[in-house]
Structures are given as structure tokens and as C-alpha cells.
Design a protein. Structure first.
Length: 344
């Protein structure tokens, strides 16, 4: 089914948060089952073995299940957006081991819009610094370009319509079309779905951060608080010094992904509904979830932004946190990571 909708640039609704706590011990390399899943009324979920399998900048993540959402006592928990849900993904997928870099972006033939890049203030201008200051359409255009340049070329996942400008230079579009019944069906490069991103980021954990850290409410919520659990794995307000950093400078998670938390916030395929995986109903389990594209006149037409960035407080860098952002919104620290459904 191909559906095209007009798109408007809408202001971000503010910070919305998702989270969970413990799909097994941090860095677990074996199957894990958590009895609290049954206690909370959720269908049981036995997490697959977490074993790093990364080649040529992409990590293969096996199909499996995890618990999406966050416990109510977690600092930053969203009442509706973070309801605990058993989430099952039925297909293996590849996800970028690193955030897309400025060199990858310019090698694709796009202008470098990065606020901290060579044309910006130069504080992160190396080839392996993440590209940022890109909107959702630009991220989709880059995914398409990577599909075109693959050997052999892959089907495009996004058809962008009514576009003006060039990616990295005043690029805007009026609409987008998705090929197939689901984005999971597309064989080309694309943005990760909300479920894929969180499953890959957590790597078998249900704690606030993928290294087993548990966030604590800061004494002063208006100030950047030091979080000793987050420091080794993320560039955020306490460690970044006010700018992005070259990718791969912090500790990866057990799947082998670098910087899913902090550095740049990553564009996600899904719409931001504010209702979490369960949608508007009180479902306790979902399979291959993806929020649909809604007409721009609908109140929930922002896209999801995941992982927090160099300037964010630790609460925004939790594995379950997300921020809604307009289709055309730009800001320093807004970047991306590629994904692709594995073909059997």
C-alpha cells in the first residue's frame, strides 16, 4: 500500500520520555527471562543471546523480544508514552555501528550543514564527526542515496515529493511515500523504527542506560547533573564540553553499537504519537510495531528523535527517552543512524 501525505513543519511538542528497566543483566550474552515481566501483567519475553556481530560499519541484530517502556518509579517516566510493553521483532535487521559521519554525508554528494563542522564553528570538523543539523527529509534522502550506491543498487524506501533545495542546503519536501505494506518490507537503507532503535540500544538491558546504570533525580533539575554511570558511554552535558565529538569515542553496548546515547540525537522512522508502543489502547504486547504517517493536520505529526545529544541532561539520554520533532526542524546535535531489514 502506497500512501502520500502532505507535510507541515510543526514546532516540537517538548520532551517526551520512554523507558524500561532490565531485560536481563547488562551485557548479557545468554538468554534471559525476568520474572517481573509476569508480575507486571506483561506476556513473558525471553531475550535472545546478545552477541556482537558487526562488519563494515553495520551490526546485525537478531529477531527477538524486549520490554518497551519504563517502570513508574524511574526518573523521567512518561505516564502514557512509557507504558511497559512486550515488543517482538520478527526480522533480523542491520543497524549502523556508528552515527552517520560528516565524511559519509559529503561523500554522498551532500553539503555539510553541521553546526560544529568545517562550515560551522569547527569544534568537531574531523571526517569522523557525526553529521548534524539535518531534518527528517534530509535523513531520508541520505538513506535513499545509500540504497542507490549499494552494489547492487537496492530499492528505495522513501519517495520524497515536492522537494526543493538540496540535502544539507535548505532542503524541504511537501510529502513522502512509503513503498510496501510496512517499512519493514523495504530491502533498502532507511531510518530505524522506534522498536528497532530501542531493542538495539538496550542490548538485553532494562536499566536506564545500557551499561546497567540507574538514573537518579538531580537535586537541581535546571542544572546539568553529573551521572557517573552515563559518563563512560555518552557525550552529554557533563562530558561533551558544549559540542559533538568524533564517533566511537565512548564505550559501546553489548551488540557493538557506539554512541546510541548522547553525541547526536538520532532521527527515527516513526511518528511521535506520545502513546508509546501500546498506542491509544492498553495493549500489553505488540509485534513489529511502527507508528504510521498521519496527515500533517493531525495534532501528532512530529517524528521521533532518540538517544539525547551532547547538550542534553542525563534524563534525556536514557535508552527509553525520546523527543518529538517537526519534519523540517533543524538544530545542532540532530543526526542519524542507518538501518536495513536483513534479507534471508
Amino acid at each position: 500500500m502506497n500512501t502520500t501525505y502532505p507535510i507541515l513543519s510543526l514546532p516540537a511538542m517538548g520532551l517526551v520520555l520512554l523507558m524500561l528497566q532490565g531485560c536481563g543483566e547488562n551485557g548479557s550474552s545468554g538468554n534471559t527471562t525476568d520474572d517481573t515481566q509476569t508480575d507486571s501483567g506483561l506476556p513473558p519475553c525471553e531475550h535472545v543471546a546478545v552477541v556482537e556481530n558487526c562488519t563494515d560499519g553495520f551490526c546485525r541484530i537478531p529477531a527477538g523480544c524486549f520490554i518497551g517502556g519504563s517502570p513508574e518509579d524511574e526518573w523521567g517516566h512518561g505516564l502514557l508514552s512509557e507504558r511497559l510493553t512486550t515488543v517482538t521483532l520478527t526480522r533480523d535487521f542491520f543497524i549502523g555501528q556508528f552515527e552517520v559521519t560528516q565524511k559519509q554525508w559529503t561523500d554522498a554528494g551532500f553539503a555539510n550543514p553541521s553546526r560544529f563542522g568545517p562550515a560551522g564553528d569547527g569544534t568537531c570538523a574531523e571526517d569522523n564527526c557525526p553529521v548534524e543539523n539535518i531534518n527528517w527529509f534530509e535523513a531520508a534522502a541520505f538513506a535513499n542515496r545509500m540504497s542507490e550506491r549499494h552494489d547492487p543498487p537496492l530499492p528505495l524506501c522513501y519517495t520524497l515529493t515536492g522537494c526543493t533545495g538540496e540535502p544539507g542546503n535548505n532542503y524541504t519536501c511537501e510529502g513522502v511515500q512509503i513503498t510496501g505494506e510496512s517499512i519493514y518490507d523495504c530491502e533498502g537503507f532507511r531510518l530505524p523504527t522506534n522498536a528497532e532503535w530501542e531493542y538495539a540500544t538496550r542490548a538485553g538491558t532494562r536499566t536506564a542506560f545500557y551499561n546497567g546504570g540507574s538514573i537518579e533525580q538531580p537535586a537541581e533539575t535546571s542544572d546539568c547533573a553529573v551521572d557517573t554511570d552515563l559518563d563512560p558511554i555518552a557525550w552529554y552535558c557533563n562530558t561533551a564540553g558544549g559540542h559533538t565529538h568524533p564517533v566511537g569515542g565512548k564505550l559501546p553496548n553489548a551488540w557493538g553499537l557506539y554512541d546510541p546515547l548522547g553525541n547526536v540525537t538520532e532521527h527515527i522512522h516513526d511518528q511521535a504519537t506520545g502513546m508509546g508502543y501500546a498506542g491509544e489502547e492498553s495493549y500489553t504486547s505488540v509485534t513489529d510495531p511502527v507508528a504510521p504517517f498521519e496527515p500533517a493536520s493531525h495534532m501528532y505529526t512530529e517524528r521521533q528523535f532518540r538517544g539525547g545529544n551532547y547538550s542534553d541532561f542525563s534524563v534525556a539520554c536514557r535508552s527509553a527517552a525520546y523527543m518529538p520533532i517537526g519534519w523540517l526542524d533543524l538544530f545542532p546535535g540532530g543526526g542519524m543512524r542507518l538501518a536495513r531489514t536483513a534479507q534471508e
